[in-house]
Ligand binder design. Structure first.
Ligand SMILES: [Zn+2]
Ligand SMILES: [Zn+2]
Length: 170
């Protein structure tokens, strides 16, 4: 969506609202398998003492796959947007600044870039996801499996010090 900024470019205090629906296909990938409905970004571009800032939020209801256990789950993400815009296209010193092209800016492109830059490198169904048992493949979030519990290396060392009798008894 192209947002015309001519009305606010030279008017400190002025603002231009926007609301845009983003292309789910561009945003999906990695742990994100899809969206329940197309993500939306809304807010306004504000002229603060001559400097333009895009402010607002991006809302996405996405379907993800857990990196650890493979469970498919839904997650809602609300990403605050606060992006400086610059009329000086040659300003390549700061990659965080988006260039105004002519008299406006492509709001969809700005929001899409912000979403991609803020994608978590790790996607877990819950912070303490226990993952899958490496031996039988059972999802350990649903309960323990019947495989032997992994031996704590510290306890193993202690058992060795004490003679390790319990292991050899039969
Ligand atoms: Zn998980
Ligand atoms: Zn197991």
């Amino acid at each position: 969506m192209w947002l015309d900024l001519r009305k606010i470019l030279d008017t400190p205090g002025a603002s231009e609202p926007f609301r845009v629906t983003l292309d789910p296909d561009t945003l999906a990938g990695g742990a994100i398998v899809g969206f329940k409905r197309p993500p939306e970004a809304s807010g306004e571009v504000v002229n603060t003492a001559g400097l333009l800032n895009l402010r607002g939020e991006l809302r996405a209801e996405m379907t993800c796959v857990c990196d650890r256990c493979g469970t498919v789950f839904d997650r809602e993400k609300v990403l605050p947007l606060d992006v400086p815009l610059s009329a000086d296209v040659s300003d390549e010193t700061s990659p965080e600044v988006f260039a105004i092209e002519g008299d406006g800016i492509d709001v969809s492109e700005v929001a899409t870039t912000c979403f991609i830059l803020n994608t978590e490198t790790k996607c877990l169904c819950r912070d303490d996801c226990k993952g899958l048992c490496p031996q039988c493949g059972k999802n350990l979030n649903e309960g323990p499996c019947h495989c032997a519990a992994p031996v704590d290396p510290r306890l193993a060392a202690l058992a060795k010090l004490l003679g390790g009798e319990t292991e050899t008894e039969n």
